[in-house]
Design a protein around this ligand. Structure first.
Ligand code: 3HC
Length: 694
């Protein structure tokens, strides 16, 4: 065995040269890896004893892509294109041997090999779109040549990882190796290629599938139309489509030039910078300072959920989906039956939509035990309370849980705003009490705010984070404060949304600005969807707010066809003249001279207070890092991922500019706009939110 460099070896097995990459954690194509690969292939090609070459990786995976940390830096070492060229032009057949994942640049390297073999558990994909990029190493030109333009468009705009057996079916991989036997089977495959005199198959020369689609404009028009909603706001999917059009219309090298130009535009653009930031933020969020990785966890084999309403039922589904049995406790048979029926209906709908076989519905439901007796959850490892949001009710329940539940179990509350220290104070074991704030619908939304109270133990924190991962959530650890992180910032936005109405804006102006910014909907559409009458009491309502007035007119939101908007039978909305008159009346009463707002004015008014609130949260150490706040907003509130989250947005615009605008607003509208002390400090020090270390 010859060491080519720190991460690449070359060895001979009979007449097969084996290039082995070992660059943990994921064999990303760093400069060292590219240099090692280039030199190893040059040596293997030059070695007269080598008849063929196998490329294999050590560790947990084949090459998982370009090294994302290198983007934006100065070019170093061999380029990826030089590495690909030496592989593709090798006069000796090259076999790429795949385990783990062959992703992005990793798959693009494998596509330059003449043959590919993979273990059944491995997956291939071009997930660059998730980083705001397109496959920039020939992937957009080679993939359609193997799988055809339609499948290639699907794969590259979704970024999905395709299991190896499916890759074989679509021609992306030539052979399956036996699991755990990749190296042996790859060597045998390489020897067979030589023995059978098989040709040097170059994907770039295989034109039949792209030529068949030449001139088929309808294919691309239909794809754009079918995905318009999904791609709204994102630049990368359209660039990918244009590359595939080039693959179909142009010779290979010209298509490659189109790919290069569009890749450079994306990699130097704002969206990819934001999405690369989010990639690392999603991994950072799991790392808790002062809670070491080897902190013990409580094995969670059984979960009790108190409250079988919409929230409790949704929470239960998460655990059931992960195969963890759940007992749901309710106070009346009718409520219990209703809750269980809703869960079943949800599962049946998913099965009908093809998410899993119909037979699975019963299998999943069998993991749920309904009961009216709290004692039936005495032996669970984790309890999650999802009862009515009132402190006295929660305290009474936690007093009972303290007496009933086995020692050492996690006692979690799903409160979205109440003080968890106060809830924990009624138990004899505050170290076991934690917040697990799920977002509605709890079986769908990815976010979980894990709320650490004063006395919560590290074991309970670690257990909650680990179980969140197991049930497929992305969890951010936050501290106790009103509304925690997400809802606290939402309240700051909501306050300004209402203020805008008093100054002459209409609800649909506000919603439209946020929609165009990239949110799925604005605050008034959100209120109509949730129901305007949540928390509204008819008997005591005195028309004090616009919302009260709408409810008094029985405008309760989408559910009864009228709220801020009017709705038709298909729930399509139109601005309501009734709402407009009420808004104008309130605006007149406010005494503020009405004015018109541009979408940019509205965005400033809504987004800057959120960032300022985020700065206060960071200053009070209620979030560990700015990027955790961004993760919360992307996964819990639909903040457009291509804008990186509110704190990233603040950093990008420049904190000095943000501070100056906040001060102007403060001068006009008072201390609700007072800038956070942390913001003042960061600007004085020339730093940004991302520089604030936990
Ligand atoms: N570059 C740099 N670092 C990477 C990386 C990459 N491509 N992929 C993963 N890492 C790092 C992660 O940040 C993490 O670091 P940390 O331990 O310090 O937090 C570590 O590797 C392990 O990653 P995960 O925690 O994600 O490990 P998993 O086992 O859960 O997942 C994976 C492995 C499926 C490979 C996942 O890491 C992944 O999806 N990686 C990104 C794949 C990708 O997007 N590839 C395309 C890159 S762009 C490209 O290739 C452009 C080309 O077309 C020119």
């Amino acid at each position: 065995m010859t060491a080519i460099n720190e991460v690449t070896d070359l060895s001979m097995d009979g007449d097969v040269a084996v290039v082995t990459l070992d660059s943990p954690p994921v064999n990303a194509l760093s400069a060292k890896v590219r240099d090692g690969l280039y030199d190893a292939f040059a040596a293997a090609i030059a070695d007269p004893k080598a008849a063929s070459i196998v490329l294999v990786c050590a560790g947990r995976t084949f090459i998982a892509g370009a090294d994302i940390t290198e983007f934006g830096g100065a070019a170093k070492g061999k380029s990826l294109q030089e590495v690909q060229k030496i592989i593709e032009d090798s006069p000796k057949p090259v076999v790429a041997a795949i385990h783990g994942t062959a992703l992005g640049g990793g798959l693009e390297v494998a596509l330059c090999a003449h043959y590919r073999i993979a273990v059944p558990s491995s997956k291939c994909g071009l997930p660059e779109v998730n980083l705001g990029l397109l496959p920039g190493a020939g992937g957009t030109q080679r993939l359609p040549r193997i799988v055809g333009p339609e499948k290639a468009l699907d794969m590259m705009t979704s970024g999905q990882h395709i299991p190896a057996p499916e890759c074989v079916a679509m021609g992306l991989v030539d052979e399956l190796a036996a699991e755990g036997q990749l190296r042996i089977d790859a060597l045998a495959f390489a020897k067979r290629i030589i023995a059978e005199g098989r040709p040097l198959k170059k994907v770039r020369e295989s034109n039949a599938k792209v030529e068949a689609a030449r001139g088929n404009l309808e294919l691309f028009a239909a794809f754009r139309a079918a995905n318009a909603r999904k791609f709204r706001g994102f630049k990368a999917p359209e660039s990918i489509i244009q590359c595939v059009e080039a693959a179909v219309d142009l010779p290979f090298d010209e298509g490659l030039a189109v790919e290069r130009k569009l890749f450079v535009e994306l990699v130097t653009g704002d969206q990819s910078a934001a999405q690369r930031y989010v990639f690392f933020a999603e991994r950072q969020v799991w790392k808790i300072p002062n809670v070491a990785d080897d902190t013990p966890t409580i094995p969670v084999q059984k979960v009790g959920i108190v409250g079988g309403g919409t929230m409790g039922g949704g929470i239960a589904m998460n655990f059931v989906n992960a195969g963890i049995p759940v007992t749901i406790v309710e106070t009346s048979q009718a409520a219990l039956d209703r809750g269980i029926a809703v869960v079943r209906a949800n599962y049946e709908r998913s099965a009908k939509n093809g998410r899993f076989p119909l037979a699975d519905v019963d299998r999943r439901m069998a993991l749920i035990t309904p009961t009216l007796d709290l004692h039936d959850i005495a032996d669970v490892d984790m309890v999650i309370e999802a009862v009515f949001e009132r402190m006295d009710i929660k305290k009474e329940l936690f007093t009972k849980l303290d007496n009933i539940i086995k020692p050492g179990a996690v006692l979690a509350t799903n409160t979205s705003a109440l003080n968890i220290d106060e809830i924990a104070s009624v138990t004899s074991r505050p170290q076991d009490v934690i917040g697990m704030h799920f977002f509605s619908p709890a079986n769908v939304m990815r976010l979980l705010e894990v709320v650490r109270a004063d006395h919560t133990s590290n074991t309970v924190i670690n257990t909650s984070m680990q179980i969140a991962k197991k049930i497929g959530k992305i969890a951010a650890l936050v501290g106790v404060c009103p509304g925690f992180v997400g809802n606290r910032m939402l309240a700051a936005r909501g306050r300004e949304a209402q203020a805008l109405l008093n100054e002459g804006a209409m609800p649909w102006d506000v919603d439209r600005a946020l929609y165009d910014f990239g949110f799925a909907m604005g605050p008034f559409q959100m209120s109509d969807l949730a129901g305007l009458d949540i928390g509204w009491v008819k008997e005591t309502s005195k028309g004090a707010t616009i919302r009260d007035r709408l409810c008094e007119l029985d405008r309760r939101g989408q559910k009864n066809g009228a709220g801020y908007y009017d709705y038709d039978a298909n729930r399509a909305s139109t601005p309501s003249p009734v709402t407009e008159a009420i808004v104008r009346e309130f605006a007149a009463k406010s005494g503020i001279a009405p004015r018109t707002f541009t979408p940019d004015d509205i965005i400033e008014r809504l987004i800057y207070p959120m960032i300022n609130e985020g700065a206060k949260i960071l200053e009070e150490k209620k979030a560990i890092r700015a990027s955790d706040i961004d993760i919360i907003w992307i996964n819990g509130y639909n903040w457009p991922v291509y804008r990186g989250g509110p704190m990233f947005y603040g950093d990008q615009m420049g904190l000095d500019k943000l501070l100056a605008r906040l001060k102007e607003f403060q001068a006009q509208a008072g201390d609700v706009w007072k800038p956070a002390a942390l913001l003042e400090q960061l600007v004085a020090e020339g730093r940004c939110f991302q520089d604030v270390k936990p």
